[in-house]
Design a protein around this ligand. Structure first.
Ligand SMILES: NC(=O)c1ccc[n+]([C@@H]2O[C@H](COP(=O)([O-])OP(=O)(O)OC[C@H]3O[C@@H](n4cnc5c(N)ncnc54)[C@H](OP(=O)(O)O)[C@@H]3O)[C@@H](O)[C@H]2O)c1
Length: 315
């Protein structure tokens, strides 16, 4: 298995971390540095995406996670350009939606994302979901992503929501190890076996719904579905003079996970970025890890179907 380090056609990018960011990046399996803290925009309207990405970049976030299916790639590009930051200073990731799975469809979907973002490359490009009912199409798309990475138009490629068997199949087909698997991961769903597989194969773990947001999509969660109100996390937060969201995000960093919290609320956007002035001790990390319920909020990767998610991405 190989990563893309030294692949022939890839252009070089400076993307050196600033002194403020040093220690706040993970080096992916192809040598590309990725910020551990990023900003998510799922379920953010185009207007909210414009304003929240502007606030995030102003706050110091240097990674934005979008997707073709979020219908806000244009606004991510627009907010980036309005920030005045250089392209090499911001890590942009997007995802291919399953309606574009197949080898040719993936190339078309990638070109469409670049056009909407108004960019010549992305830093990370992911397959958004496995489609186990038509896994050949998923693998065809993965093959296309590997080529896109070789061309340099995506500095790294990876997957999202893949389980161990699906990761193995993608790796066996191409001999290429995904740089990242972005998966649901929070104190109530800690994904121990999957993250151990990632560690064994050099795949970076990026946590979606890092503070348990998936259980807020349809209204306020019950306490048993909300790590933000759990008494153990509340006690740890009190001891550090931090909020429960900050403690949970810091737990992820202590565990080696990259995080992409989402918020459209400026005070929360700033709160979620204030993670690098404290640390949790081993006992605190272990206590939070024990809160795992084994219950996911999102779909099981084995059960995702192209028929359930049959919408198309408009040009
Ligand atoms: N690959 C995938 O399949 C997949 C699936 C889901 C998500 N994602 C990515 O992961 C990102 C984050 O996941 P997510 O949006 O599901 O969940 P999340 O980041 O865990 O939580 C977001 C929710 O929590 C609220 N919130 C944010 N900060 C808070 C704070 N400090 N205190 C209290 N509440 C707070 C937000 O409300 P307000 O916005 O109202 O402030 C929002 O309702 C997404 O935006 C997306 O980029 C990927």
């Amino acid at each position: 298995m190989s990563a893309f380090a030294g692949s022939n056609a890839a252009p070089t990018f400076s993307n050196q971390p600033t002194s403020a960011q040093r220690g706040q990046n993970v080096t992916l399996n192809n040598g590309v540095d990725m910020p551990l803290l990023g900003f998510g925009v799922y379920r953010s309207s185009p207007e909210d995406t414009l304003s929240s990405v502007a606030t995030a970049l102003d706050t110091g976030y240097r990674l934005i996670d979008t997707a073709a299916a979020y219908m806000n790639e244009e606004q991510v590009g627009e907010a980036f350009r309005a920030s005045g930051l250089n392209r090499e200073e911001v890590f942009i990731e997007s995802k291919l939606w399953i309606s574009d799975y197949t080898y040719d469809g993936a190339h078309r979907g990638f070109d469409r994302s670049l056009r909407k973002l108004g960019m010549e490359h992305v830093d990370l490009y992911l397959l958004h979901q496995p489609a186990p009912d038509e896994f050949d199409r998923t693998l065809g798309a993965w093959k296309a992503l590997c080529e896109i990475a070789r061309s340099g138009r995506a500095r790294a490629v990876g997957v999202s929501n893949f389980n161990e068997d699906q990761l193995k199949a993608a790796m066996d087909l191409t001999g290429i190890v995904p740089a990242v698997n972005q998966v649901e991961l929070h104190p109530f769903f800690t994904q121990g076996p999957l993250t151990a597989f990632h560690d064994a194969h050099g795949i970076a773990t990026q946590a979606w719904s890092p503070i348990g947001g998936v259980n807020r999509y349809w209204g306020d969660p019950t306490p048993s579905d909300d790590p933000l109100t759990h008494p153990d996390i509340t006690a740890i937060a009190k001891a550090h003079g931090k909020t429960t969201a900050q403690v949970i995000l810091r737990w992820h960093l202590e565990m080696g996970h990259a995080v992409i919290p989402k918020s459209v609320t400026p005070s929360r956007i700033r709160e979620n970025a204030a993670l690098f002035d404290f640390a949790l001790n081993e006992q605190e990390v272990a206590l939070i890890s024990q809160l795992d319920t084994g219950k996911r909020g999102g779909p099981d990767p084995k059960a995702i179907s192209t028929k359930t998610y049959d919408f198309q991405i408009p040009d």
